[in-house]
Structures are given as C-alpha cells and as structure tokens.
Design a protein around this ligand. Structure first.
Ligand code: CDP
Ligand code: CDP
Length: 226
C-alpha cells in the first residue's frame, strides 16, 4: 500500500493518542506521540531543578538531551538519555509545567526538527498541537479532534480515579481549560486547526466511530478522492 502521513491535532483529552494509536495499528503505520516528547523535555528540566526564569539553560538542556520513542508493552515507551521515563512524564508535576516549557520557541524548534525527520519516510500517524500546521504541513490527511471541556475532564477522571482518587472533576476542568488557554494563546506554534484539517467533535462519538471516520477519510484522500 502507498504510504502517507496523518496529522492529528487537538486539545488535551480530545482522544488524540488513543485514536492515533488505533489508526496507526489498522494501517500498519508508526505512531508518534509528540506530547510525550514535550513531556520528556519538561521532566528533564524539572529533574535538573531549573527555575522558571532559566530559559537559556532549558534550551541547552533540550539540545543536549536524547529523546527517543519506542514501541513498549503498554503503548509508546519514552527514553531520555537511555532512561525509561514513560511513567514519570505523566505525573501531575510534569502536566502542570509542560505548557510553559512548550511555549519556548527554541525548544519547539529542536523537537519540530526531530519530528520532521521521524516522518520523512512516510507511514506515520503523529498527534500533537501543531502537527498539521507546522510539523507536517504537507500531511496527506489532517484531522482536528475536539470535545467539550466537561467531557474531556470526565474522560481524564475515569482514567485516574483509581490512582488519584482525591482529584475532582472541577479540578480537572480547571486544569484542562488553563492548558487549552496557554496552548492556544502562545506565540510559538499555538494550538490551531489547520485550514485543511477535518474537524471531528468526539463528544458524542465512541473511539471506534472516530477511528472509522479517520480511516474512511484516509481512504478517500489517498485513494484518489482528494
Ligand atoms: O495527553 P494530553 O492531551 O494531556 O497532552 P499531551 O499531548 O501529552 O501534550 C502535553 C503538552 O505538550 C500540551 O498541553 C502542549 O503544551 C504540549 N504540546 C505542544 O506544545 N505541541 C505538541 N505538538 C504536543 C504537545
Ligand atoms: O491524547 P489526548 O489527550 O487527546 O486524549 P486521550 O488520552 O487519547 O483520551 C483521553 C481519554 O478519552 C481516554 O481514556 C480515551 O479512552 C477516552 N476517549 C473516549 O472515551 N471517547 C473518545 N471518542 C475518545 C477518547
């Protein structure tokens, strides 16, 4: 089958990583979670103990760090300089700091370059915030996933209710709305729907329905219906 690239963007909890992974599996493509790369850099910066005003140090640390994604037993594994940080990059501390770190344009340049290299051979499904607009502007298929803040927070609550029973729906809604705002309002590659991205509101859709819709879209775009 002819190889092509699929760009999936959208706000936190819209279903990007779940759906991108399933679409990649169905097509035999490679899934790249760019949010995990921003989380890995943020983890490294926090680990180093850098203060919020040490922007230059954050940039050099990012340039020096070797971030690697690899298929793991439970989805995508993430390594920083050989250390497995897959679990640690999902901590509340990383989640609370990642939007601030990813607003630094030099850090975005380093990761964007790496992401473009990863997609050069085609056959990639990549998800993030700026994939259709900046990283893969020529992707054959572009999708922008969204859902209401409440639904996205309810989904997150379900995921963490066992491990973090103290977290409330209100807290998650506040956190998600804050991150949306920071990601949408930053100057460097903000979260934006590329003009040619197909909008899918996942609020009332099952995961399977969204996957099916994207596969249909891929079939019609790549199979000649473009
Ligand atoms: O999984 P979740 O939606 O919580 O977020 P993520 O995809 O892991 O991304 C974490 C953060 O990284 C986002 O809130 C953005 O600040 C940043 N990010 C970005 O700026 N650009 C990307 N291409 C991907 C993520
Ligand atoms: O990557 P992103 O932050 O956009 O979202 P995710 O981590 O893939 O999805 C957040 C949660 O929503 C997961 O638990 C998915 O199973 C769930 N989900 C859903 O219930 N229905 C959908 N249509 C899409 C995702």
């Amino acid at each position: 089958m002819e190889k092509f690239n699929i760009a999936i963007d959208g706000p936190a909890g819209a279903g990007k990583s779940t759906i991108a992974r399933l679409v990649a599996g169905a097509l035999g493509f490679v899934y790249v979670d760019t949010g995990a790369m921003y989380r890995a850099v943020t983890w490294r910066i926090l680990e180093e103990g850098l203060r919020e005003d040490q922007t230059e140090e954050m940039i050099s640390l990012t340039r020096q760090s070797n971030i690697r994604l690899a298929p793991g037993s439970n989805g995508q594994a993430v390594y920083v300089d050989g250390q497995d940080v897959t679990g640690m990059i999902r901590s509340a501390e990383v989640t609370g700091n990642v939007s601030r770190v990813s607003a630094i344009s030099e850090i975005r340049d380093v990761l964007t370059r790496k992401q473009k290299e990863m997609a050069a051979g085609k056959g990639i499904v990549m998800d993030g915030r700026d994939i259709g607009s900046q990283v893969l502007p020529d992707a054959e298929v572009k999708v922008f996933l969204t859902a209401s803040v409440r639904i996205r927070a309810e989904r997150r609550l379900k995921e963490i209710s066992d491990s973090q029973p103290e977290v409330t729906l209100d807290q998650l809604m506040t956190d998600i709305a804050r991150r949306d705002r920071m990601d949408e309002q930053r100057e460097a590659s903000p979260l934006v729907r590329a003009p040619d991205a197909v909008l899918i509101d996942t609020s009332g859709l099952t995961i399977d329905e969204v996957v099916h819709r994207i596969l249909e879209l891929a079939g019609s775009r790549v199979g000649g219906g473009k």
